[in-house]
Design a protein around this ligand. Structure first.
Ligand code: HSE
Length: 398
């Protein structure tokens, strides 16, 4: 009988214990043998928990138990999570994780350590929550050169944008609800400022292009600047506003960035609402594949982590370690990437058309206008914004 341990008993940790218990037999079949919850590492008491007899506060108990073959790290952050992941691997245990910050920052190092010690390091739950995304990217699409990955990678911000757009909720109310539903990070700044989506974009870029990018170098804008006027004007122009993480292969490196985008209303991503995430993968043989599903929440994320536990057990002796590449990836400046742009401005139609030939502004209730420009890079865009009293500008997808 193989034992596994769960590090952390928050939203995902609690959901993981439940999913592992609910689907015990199916997961045992996937793993090739039965699996027993050995321990849950906690920082406080849970006297009413059905798993209270499994709770331990000292990681050394887990580390020194030779029957524990797999450790599921769902603590979050790069402090204790990093230390315990390292120690687990050094003790010969496979590690699975839904911790995108840890994977984005130290994933390649932990993967190398896992390789050295002959154990698996898996992190399917770190991007896209419950969507099977990284396995399809790395394995099912192995016959492809991946040219681009882009998508809605943060459930909290998509939930907020959808609630503001379709129900007229305020940003603050929608964020509060997303927190209550267990979607948001402990500090929701990471969600609303795009940092969480940036980490996921880095992981997708690393798996696609092998560059092990420095997350701090990836240009990142969140949704705090998106106003109800942007949502109104985007609709009037035939678009909807979504926060996208994008990574694209280029001849001499790759682009990776996170920004709000205007998506044409007939694009598949435009109908991905609420906590749902979706990721498009463009491959040389397959064309474009879009994977969609719940991007956050206890059970969806646990679904991915539980399957990783089963795979790690199944692959004892022939470890599974996705390749995040070596830290040599060249990140090209996103400013240089040409796009059409949406501009929100305070100007007359002739001023818009004068600065941006062909612009056909529509006007909202606030008196501001919105229009779509022709293709240009960010520098060219910014040079013209003053002429129209530009207040916001976001890329248009496609
Ligand atoms: N806070 C994250 C989100 C959780 O909202 O998508 C899942 O990674």
């Amino acid at each position: 009988m193989i034992k596994y341990a769960i590090l952390g008993f928050g939203t995902v940790g609690g959901g993981l214990a439940e999913v592992m218990a609910d689907q015990k037999e199916k997961l045992a079949a996937a793993a090739g043998q039965s699996m027993e919850l050995g321990y849950i590492l906690v920082r406080r008491d849970y006297p009413d928990s059905p798993w209270r007899d499994k709770l331990v506060r000292d990681f050394a108990v887990i580390e020194s138990d030779p029957d524990v073959a797999v450790v599921a790290e769902v603590i979050g952050g790069v402090g204790a999570a990093y230390e315990y992941s390292r120690r687990a691997i050094l003790a010969g245990k496979s590690v699975v994780s839904s911790n995108k910050e840890l994977v984005a920052v130290h994933g390649a190092e932990l993967a190398a350590l896992a390789k050295e010690h002959g154990v698996s390091y898996l992190f399917e739950g770190s991007v896209g929550g419950g969507i099977p995304l990284l396995r399809p990217l790395c394995r099912c699409l192995a016959a492809n050169r991946i040219d681009e990955v882009y998508g809605i990678l943060n459930g909290t911000t998509n939930y907020i944008l959808t609630a503001m757009d379709t129900q007229g909720q305020t940003f603050a109310d929608a964020l509060k609800k997303a927190q209550e539903l267990g979607y948001a990070e402990a500090d929701p700044t990471a969600d609303v400022e795009g940092i969480d989506a940036c980490r996921k974009t880095a992981i997708l870029a690393d798996l696609s292009f092998g560059g092990n990018l420095d997350v701090t170098a990836i240009p990142t804008r969140g949704i705090t600047s998106v106003t109800p006027a942007d949502l109104e004007l985007a609709h009037a122009l035939g678009y909807t506003v979504k926060l996208l993480g994008r990574a694209a292969r280029a001849e001499d490196g790759c682009f990776a960035f996170v920004e709000p985008h205007l998506i044409p209303q007939d694009h598949i991503l435009a109908s991905v609402n609420g906590v749902m995430n979706a990721c498009a993968i463009r491959g040389s043989a397959v064309g474009e594949v879009v994977l969609c599903g719940p991007g956050a929440g206890a059970h969806p994320t646990a679904s991915a982590v539980a399957a990783d536990i089963a795979d790690a057990v199944r692959h004892m002796g022939s470890p599974m370690i996705p390749d995040l590449g070596a830290p040599n990836g060249k990140l090209l400046p996103a400013e240089a990437l040409c796009s059409r742009w949406y501009v929100r401005a305070q100007c007359a139609p002739e001023d818009a058309a004068g600065a941006f030939p062909g612009a056909a502004p529509v006007y909202g209730v606030s008196g501001e206008c919105g229009f779509i420009t022709g293709p240009m890079d960010r520098r060219a865009l910014e040079a013209r914004l003053a002429a129209v009293d530009g207040r916001a500008a976001y890329r248009v997808l496609a």
